[in-house]
Ligand binder design. Structure first.
Ligand code: ACO
Length: 393
């Protein structure tokens, strides 16, 4: 696989123009970029971000520090961090034109991801004259702010909270729950954001890199990545994963329920991964965070117990139905549980995932731009050839 990838990478010439021997469905295993941002080791079950394990990053960093590290490949100096944080805070104030777009879309019946995409595109005017870093910060801070505001308006809440909501994950949570949120809850959400901030060449990151490789801008790349993120095989899975656990309802029903799904050829949401062939390490970080919240009395203990029973039955049945595929729990399963412990409604799961991943996407945009290389794979034509256009009837 490695040999194919390197041949395809830089030395593709007219004499190699037949893609027939190179066709890999879904580009599985193809190395599409060299990156220093994150490494996903699917066999060891290890995720490394700028050299740090996901456990270390999620345990010690805060989100702004991690974003700086991802974008710049080094830690911020204390002075840089102070400035960065001040910009971060300032940029969470949305421009007037964007606020108007929030008001407009809040009154329409659309999914939150569609609404987010619509409103985010309105940032183009505001960021046009800004420097690179400020643009990245504004895009990053705007995503959760837009989502929270649309959500509040649709729930009949005033767009501004009556209390000081603060910044970052605590601000988001306070806006959604409409009450100042505790430090433990804010930190749990921040840990979630750190856990999913970047993840190798996943579908949305690839989409972002393809867009930037054409010479297009970061905002366009993020809008494209959001489109990829929304799909149920990528960032759209946690809602259905939680719905499945709720529908199962009790541990005794798990086996019969899951067997019925697998007998019908359906997929179990929250299980399986293109790269991980062992348990997704992010699932473990989130599982620990859920336990910490539970110890502080936050979350639904009954639901957690049920989910863990469902997990063990699902993994056993997947091995029985798909032997040797190593289908294990992925990040989405525990995402669903963590976010529901924090009383975050399901419709916000995918937008929240996006709010974290936007920092990773922006790091990839920068790295891709630096390569100066257009991503343009080949395709293998398998349609018919006709000699003549038919006579018009
Ligand atoms: N339930 C049942 N069967 C599964 C599952 C699952 N969750 N996942 C894979 N399989 C089966 C497939 O049907 C296929 O069987 P077959 O070869 O007999 O037809 C085999 O395992 C291999 O599956 P692929 O789709 O080729 O594996 P791929 O690597 O492309 O899929 C994916 C990865 C899309 C995540 C898949 O496991 C899946 O659909 N999972 C459920 C959705 C989900 O949880 N998505 C979130 C992923 S994490 C993230 O994106 C952040």
């Amino acid at each position: 696989m490695q040999a194919i990838a390197s041949e395809y990478d830089d030395n593709m010439t007219a004499s190699h123009s037949s893609a027939h021997d190179l066709y890999i469905p879904g580009l599985a295993g193809i190395v599409a970029a060299r990156t220093a941002i994150s490494e996903v080791d699917g066999l060891a079950g290890r995720l490394t971000l700028r050299g740090y394990s996901v456990e270390e990053l999620a345990g010690k960093a805060n989100f702004e520090e991690a974003a700086f590290l991802l974008w710049n490949g080094r830690h911020a100096t204390p002075a840089e961090l102070t400035r960065f944080r001040a910009d971060w805070q300032e940029c969470s104030v949305l421009p007037q034109f964007t606020l108007e777009a929030v008001d407009r879309i809040a009154r329409q019946e659309t999914g939150l991801m569609e609404a987010l995409t619509y409103v985010l595109s309105s940032l183009a005017a505001a960021i046009a004259g800004e420097g690179e870093t400020l643009r990245r910060i504004r895009i990053s801070t705007s995503v959760p702010e837009i989502v929270a505001r649309i959500y509040r308006l649709r729930k009949g809440l005033p767009s501004e909270t009556a209390f000081d909501a603060g910044v970052g994950p605590g601000r988001f949570l306070g806006q959604i729950l409409d009450r100042p949120c505790g430090q433990k809850e804010a930190r749990a959400l921040e840990r979630y954001w750190l856990t999913v901030i970047d993840h190798g060449m996943n579908a949305s990151t690839f989409a972002a890199r393809v867009i930037v490789s054409t010479g297009s801008d970061d905002l366009a790349a993020i809008l494209g990545a959001l489109g990829a993120m929304k799909g149920p095989l990528h960032g759209g899975a946690p809602g259905p994963a939680l719905a499945m656990v709720r529908e199962i309802g009790s541990s005794e029903r798990a086996e019969r329920f899951l067997r019925a799904k697998l007998d019908k050829g359906e997929r179990l949401m929250g299980f399986g991964h293109r790269v991980y062939k062992v348990r997704d390490p992010r699932a473990a970080v989130l599982s620990d965070t859920i336990d910490e919240l539970a110890a502080a009395g936050v979350g639904d203990l009954g639901l957690l117990r049920l989910a863990r029973d469902v997990e063990s039955v699902a993994v056993r049945l997947l091995e029985e139905y798909k032997p040797g595929r190593n289908l294990r729990t992925n990040v989405e399963f525990y995402t669903a549980l963590l976010l529901s412990s924090l009383s975050i409604p399901e419709e916000l799961f995918t937008p929240l995932f996006s709010a974290a991943r936007v920092a990773g996407w922006l790091a990839h945009c920068k790295e891709q731009r630096e390569t100066g290389r257009l991503i343009r794979p080949a395709s293998e034509y398998c349609g018919p050839f006709h000699d003549h256009w038919p006579e018009t009837h």
